[in-house]
Design a protein around this ligand. Structure first.
Ligand code: BES
Ligand code: MN
Ligand code: ZN
Length: 503
């Protein structure tokens, strides 16, 4: 839970003090309430706007401190350009921009007049603004010692009032957005947490905490996984002092029987590379090699908390890839749960080994409608797509289209890359059924081909989030190293594809 911002809703009426946020379009038009509040607002805006060249352009701001004869301490005008062109994502960004303007010194109440010259914004838009504000406020600062002495500033949670036309409906929308915000923040926390405090067992505890929102949580121990023949996953963890786990999270939100939706995440709590050890440079980033599992856990939290009318499975494979005396070696051959044998070429290509067993298990046990897996799988996807798009690989065009569409609305963008028999051949092994590395060329694709060998006819999509799941540059709605990538994307995908008409 984000404790730094306390959001509430009230009826749209002139604000009388503190900070007031208003929205201004590119014709410098504002809402009726803002005008009611103080006749001088318009002329102040005009004059100050001229000096500051504020033209109401989308995502620009004009910050006025204590305008003379104003009844408030601060007026923050936020540009929205042409209102009709504002997308949901744009409103989220607006909320993020507002959060960025509210510095720690600015205590007191903030009132956001959720209106434009066209009237009050919809309850959904108001709630989107507040979600953006909340996400923009998130900071991972639990390891920062509190400042002492003179410059000590006790952080006070900011009270933000959203002034809306239909308070009851906005509050309803807000409950949904709170579920999304909680899921995203859970995913961010998990990605940001250092590996000394987040091993497989600690990660399990976070999964188990979802019982509070009605998720059924099962934890498979090494012994149980061993019985199932999961030697691919277990091989990765065998060089670590810490045990491996597989967690199955189930949300049953509908009585309708039928195949569940399934999400599978790579949860390597730390990836040293194992015996094929990584260079020291940036190795610390490998605490985030569980971003796929973090997303699945955050998503399950969101779906359960907002009581999504679907049956969904979340599976995370939790291991630590370390190089101790018991570690797996290059050249080893392991048999996966599927029965296929894998030649280990590079112990640093471990994520695919974890997913091979997690995907197979998911498919065998649950016969899902589809499987979507997320993994910080390859450096190669960063080379191909940078941090703008996650790589999308799939055996199913329809599933791809649905995911791409959700990516466009949430701005968690995906880009489809190819799979084909020619790429698949690259990972044939001389002595086993498959090898875990196909070398440098098409590294993201050959990794996806490897996963596909552990998927039968089930519609399946693999999101390689190595570029988007950690270490991203800050945006309006994210200032965190771990952005919680994928939670909003998949929440939207579930809502649009599987809940429409079932309400
Ligand atoms: N976790 C890494 C991939 C990664 C790299 C994620 C950079 C985020 C940022 C993965 O386990 C890995 O090491 N992949 C290797 C595969 C290779 C050995 C075939 C890679 O990409 O170099
Ligand atoms: Mn690796
Ligand atoms: Zn890895």
């Amino acid at each position: 839970m984000n404790e730094m911002v306390k959001i509430s809703y009230q009826a749209l009426k002139p604000a009388s003090g503190g900070t007031v946020v208003i929205f201004v379009d590119s014709a410098l038009r504002l809402g009726a309430t803002a005008l009611l509040m103080d006749e001088s607002v318009r002329s102040v805006l005009k004059r100050a706007g001229k000096i500051a060249r504020f033209k109401g352009k989308k995502e620009t701001c004009l910050d006025l401190l204590a305008p003379a004869d104003g009844k408030f301490d601060r007026l923050l005008a936020v540009g929205i350009g042409t209102e009709g062109e504002m997308s949901q994502q744009d409103w989220l960004k607006i909320g993020g921009i507002v959060s960025g303007k509210l510095g720690p010194s600015d205590d007191g109440e903030v009132t956001i007049l959720c209106e434009t010259s066209a009237g009050a914004v919809s309850p959904a838009v108001a709630a989107d603004i507040m979600l953006g504000l909340r996400l923009g406020t998130y900071r991972f600062d639990r390891y920062k010692s509190p400042k002492t002495g003179d410059e000590a500033e006790k952080p006070v949670p900011r009270r933000v009032l959203a002034a809306v036309k239909d308070v009851a409906s906005a509050r309803k929308e807000h409950v949904l957005r709170t579920a999304i915000g909680d899921g995203v923040e859970l995913a961010r926390d998990l990605v940001n947490l250092p590996a000394n405090d987040l091993g497989p067992l600690e990660f399990v505890k976070y999964c188990e905490s979802l019982r509070a929102v009605g998720v059924k949580v099962e934890v498979l121990t090494e012994k149980e996984m061993s019985k199932l023949g999961m030697r691919a996953l277990l091989g990765v963890g065998q060089g670590s002092r810490r045990g491996s786990r597989l967690v199955v999270m189930r949300w049953e939100g509908t009585k309708a029987t039928g195949k569940p939706l399934a999400f599978v995440g790579k949860g390597v709590v730390f990836d040293s590379g194992g015996i094929s050890i990584k260079p020291a440079q940036n190795m610390e980033d490998m605490k985030g090699d569980m971003a796929g599992a973090a997303c699945v856990t955050g998503l399950m939290r969101t779906l359960a908390q907002r009581k999504a009318k679907v049956n969904a499975i979340g599976i995370v494979g939790l291991v630590e890839n370390m190089p101790d005396g018991n570690a797996q070696r290059p050249g080893d051959v392991v048999r996966a749960m599927s029965g296929q044998t894998i030649e280990i070429i590079n112990t640093d290509a471990e994520g695919r080994l974890v997913l091979a067993d997690a995907l197979w298990y998911c498919q065998q046990r649950f016969k899902p409608r589809f499987m979507v897996n997320l993994a910080t799988l390859t450096g190669a996807v960063l080379v191909a797509l940078g941090q703008e798009h996650a790589g999308l690989f799939s055996n199913d065009d329809a599933l791809c289209e649905q995911l791409l569409a959700a990516g466009r609305v949430t701005d968690e963008k995906l880009w489809r890359l190819p799979l084909s028999p020619a790429y698949d051949k690259i990972i044939d092994s001389k002595i086993a059924d498959v090898k875990n590395s196909g070398g440098r060329y098409a590294g993201a694709i050959t990794a996806a081909q490897f996963l596909q060998r552990f998927v039968n006819k089930t519609p399946w999509a693999h999101l390689d989030i190595a570029g988007t799941g950690m270490g991203v540059s800050a945006s309006e709605i994210n200032h965190s190293w771990g952005p919680g990538f994928g939670v909003r994307l998949l929440e939207r995908f579930v809502a649009d594809q599987f809940e429409k008409g079932s309400a």
